[in-house]
Design a protein around this ligand. Structure first.
Ligand SMILES: NC(=O)c1ccc[n+]([C@@H]2O[C@H](COP(=O)([O-])OP(=O)(O)OC[C@H]3O[C@@H](n4cnc5c(N)ncnc54)[C@H](O)[C@@H]3O)[C@@H](O)[C@H]2O)c1
Ligand SMILES: [Zn+2]
Length: 333
């Protein structure tokens, strides 16, 4: 599977073949000109409907999914409707889920507009929404594996993206470089050169796609993509106002630190967040991690970085984790 080989407009033109109508789900935070560009790219051969929702984690609910099914029904969408999703990872996760379930699945095109979605969320066919429970929100508990017909890239759409969101995506690119073990690529990523993004994005997305191809349903090696994410998910549930990629940056820095590797590569992302964030004490973060259902006997399974190799079955016991976490926390407070 080669990622981002064709231009996004060409890809849309091909995906339209055989469709009865087009439904565009787009983030209302985007400049209107982006949505107009996509409508233009759809041409006039079939009816085009657009539906705007505000992007962000709050979007990923079954209620929102239902409201989109209802709109699809109102506009007369059928099994040959092409579903296009324009937005960040929350939009591609929700839209992908709706497209995979409406009438048991309609053709899907993803047009990611955040760096994080371009290199990660829109790649690999996973989608989903969060589940509301009396204990709080459980992330990505409802979802499917559903490959889009096409994923399109337009780096110009990043121009309006706030700096904080850009850094967030950068963290996932660093993760891909670490997993891939390609130090030249890591060095290029670390330069944070915006001019290089049009090359870095396809390369980073391709690293993920190659891993997904080997293990589409995550029974083994795909778990390596969770590098840094055990700590990241716990931080996300404990700390308010933390972006996913920011939590990943901390998760990666901790993983590198815990495996005695240099952590400087993450500093440019952590600088800036550190002024406002206080890392939680060990009991708080451990308490969240240990609840994950893949863990047994009070230990925590994690993905560990070993230089050239990623161990997807690393086990922490609380004592060892506490030592590392306390030191790491001191270093970052
Ligand atoms: N399915 C997967 O494999 C996968 C992988 C990684 C992450 N994810 C999911 O992705 C989500 C995070 O994605 P995200 O960081 O893109 O978040 P997001 O969709 O919330 O976008 C971040 C913010 O930027 C705004 N925005 C988006 N594009 C913009 C643009 N071009 N200009 C201006 N504003 C813009 C959005 O409205 C939002 O406020 C999480 O829910 C995570 O679970 C999924
Ligand atoms: Zn992630």
């Amino acid at each position: 599977m080669k990622i981002y080989q064709k231009s996004w407009t060409e890809g849309i033109a091909e995906s339209i073949n055989g469709c009865s109508s087009i439904f565009i789900l787009a983030d209302s935070n985007l400049p209107v000109s982006y949505i107009d560009e996509v409508i233009d790219a759809c041409g006039k051969s079939v009816p085009v409907f657009s539906h705007l929702l505000l992007g962000g984690e709050g979007l990923k609910t079954l209620d929102q999914a239902e409201s989109i099914y209802q709109t699809l029904n109102e506009v007369g969408a059928d099994r040959r409707t092409l579903f296009i999703c324009l937005g960040g990872g929350t939009m591609t996760d929700l839209g992908g889920y709706v497209a995979s379930t409406f009438k048991r699945g309609v053709k899907l095109v993803l047009l990611p507009t955040t760096l994080l979605a371009m290199v990660d969320a829109a790649i690999g066919g996973k989608n989903g929404v969060n589940l509301k429970t009396p204990q709080g929100l459980l992330k990505n508990q409802i979802g499917t594996f559903y490959l889009p017909d096409f994923v399109g890239l337009n780096v110009d759409w990043l121009e309006s993206l706030p700096g904080r969101e850009l850094k967030s995506g950068w963290a996932e690119m660093i993760k891909h470089a670490l997993i891939n073990g390609d130090m030249t690529f890591l060095e290029r990523v670390l330069k944070c050169d915006k001019e290089d993004l049009h090359k870095l994005i396809p390369e980073s997305a391709q690293i993920k796609a190659n891993i997904v191809n080997q293990d589409p349903l995550e029974t083994g090696i795909r778990a390596s993509l969770n590098l840094g994410h055990t700590v990241a998910h716990a931080l996300e549930s404990v700390c308010e106002d933390l972006r996913h990629g920011e939590a990943v940056a901390y998760g990666l820095a901790f993983t590198l630190y815990a495996s005695n590797h240099r952590t400087e590569c993450i500093d440019p992302i952590l600088n800036g967040i550190e002024k406002t964030l206080e890392l939680p004490e060990v009991d708080e973060i451990w308490g969240v991690m240990v609840k994950d259902k893949k863990n047994t006997s009070g230990n925590v399974t994690d993905v560990m970085y070993n230089g050239n190799d990623i161990d997807v079955n690393f086990i922490w016991n609380k004592n060892e984790f506490t030592k590392k976490w306390d030191d790491f926390r001191k270093k970052h407070s």
